[in-house]
Write a protein that binds this ligand. Structure first.
Ligand SMILES: [Zn+2]
Ligand SMILES: [Zn+2]
Length: 384
């Protein structure tokens, strides 16, 4: 096992040195494909990389997904394997996710004690929420049908290998909104002559806060954040054009749709009361990731079998994950796994001095392999 861990560490460092941004991950894809081919696993390269491993005669199939894109961040770590691609960094640990899944591919190909098919889904461009969709649009789920799908993200600040998940909502949706207010600008000394757009804009920003505070139930836990306020005003010129942008998170599709609808009502109300034109844009980048209750139970069972601490009822994460797109097609579970409580392993995801924990690599690989063994167990269909 020591050698296995060492080899995964080297592979992870290789990925870490070669970070690539979403949809530009050509080196990464080639490296993943080369490793799968070394393991004699059937390999398909498209938007992502798919590995297919069959054993026995069983016709059930399980999908395991790892993401592999990096972020436009200049790495502050100065260890030997720091990013060699200036301005790009594996600051979310996707180098580790991919290495853990390649580790599972190795364990399962060398000891195929399961009955059925494992589909390894290596996914590009998670950070912009486009990679899972690209693979699905390409038809991966038709070409390689699966009955269940699982994905994982490391969680800095939690003890190494501590697994946590929950039935139902696990990651919030993210939608971007934009209000465009058009009126008539003019001289700052004569506001009554025109229809300036800054004051209606200010009112709009405050009114948006009432969606969470007064319109959704207190337990909804939604977030509405205004992040930009842009006008064409000058020191003595009232603006005739104002743009307000922001980001909103929701824990259910119903809440997300309610937020959009309240935003449109507020926009219309501001327009009517100030005699300006208000256009509302609302675009959902990430849908909610919703865990199947049984699949969440299977994750907890597999984790406990290999001696990991597992919490099957953690709080949902307010961040978003495009693994949700796979879960919208196939029942599955997204889980969090502790990345460690010290140093770079405990720093927040997307921090320039964060690092994935190498000690987690063999643990994650074993967890995936155990989950496959339990879900595609020899001797027939595993009870749901
Ligand atoms: Zn990220
Ligand atoms: Zn991530």
């Amino acid at each position: 096992m020591e050698k296995f861990a060492e080899q995964l560490r080297e592979l992870r460092h290789e990925f870490h040195r070669h970070p690539e941004l979403g949809f530009q991950e050509n080196w990464t894809k080639a490296r993943i494909a080369a490793r799968l081919e070394e393991l004699e696993i059937e390999t398909h390269v498209g938007a992502g990389v798919v590995g297919v491993l069959r054993a026995g005669k069983g016709n059930r199939a399980i999908g395991l997904r790892a993401d592999f894109d990096a972020l436009p961040i200049t790495e502050e770590n100065d260890f030997s394997y720091r990013s060699e691609n200036e301005g790009v960094m594996h600051a979310c640990g996707h180098d580790g996710h991919t290495t853990m899944l390649l580790g599972a591919a190795e364990l399962l190909s060398k000891d195929p004690d399961f009955d059925g098919t494992v589909v390894f889904l290596f996914q590009p461009n998670e950070e912009h929420g486009l990679g899972a969709k690209a693979m699905i649009d390409e038809g991966v789920l038709q070409r390689f049908p699966i009955d269940e799908v699982y994905g994982a993200h490391n969680l800095p600040g939690e003890p190494v290998g501590r697994v946590s998940t929950r039935p139902g909502i696990i990651c919030y949706s993210e939608s971007l909104f934009e209000f465009e207010i058009r009126g008539r600008g003019g001289h700052a000394s004569m506001p009554h002559v025109g229809r300036e757009t800054l004051t209606p804009g200010a009112e709009l920003v405050l009114a948006l806060q009432t969606i969470v505070a007064r319109k959704l139930p207190p337990s909804a836990g939604a977030v509405v954040s205004v992040t930009e306020f842009i006008t064409d005003g000058q020191r003595n010129v009232l603006p005739g054009h104002t743009i307000i942008k922001g980001d909103t998170r929701a824990a259910s599709p119903d809440d997300r749709r309610a937020i959009e609808s309240y935003m449109r009502d507020i926009g219309a109300g501001i327009a009517a009361s100030h005699g300006v034109e208000v256009k509302v844009g609302f675009r959902t980048e990430f849908i909610e990731a919703v865990n199947d209750a049984e699949a969440a139970g299977h994750v907890v069972a597999a984790a406990r079998t290999i001696g990991l601490e597992a919490d099957g009822n953690r709080k949902p994460m307010t961040f978003s994950e495009d693994f949700a797109n796979f879960q919208a097609e196939v029942p599955g579970c997204f889980l969090l796994i502790g990345n460690g409580t010290e140093g770079a392993n405990a720093r927040p995801l997307h921090a320039a001095n964060y690092d994935f924990n190498d000690d987690l690599l063999p643990i994650g690989a074993k967890l995936w392999a155990e989950l496959v063994r339990q879900r595609l167990s020899l001797g027939g269909r595993t009870p749901g």
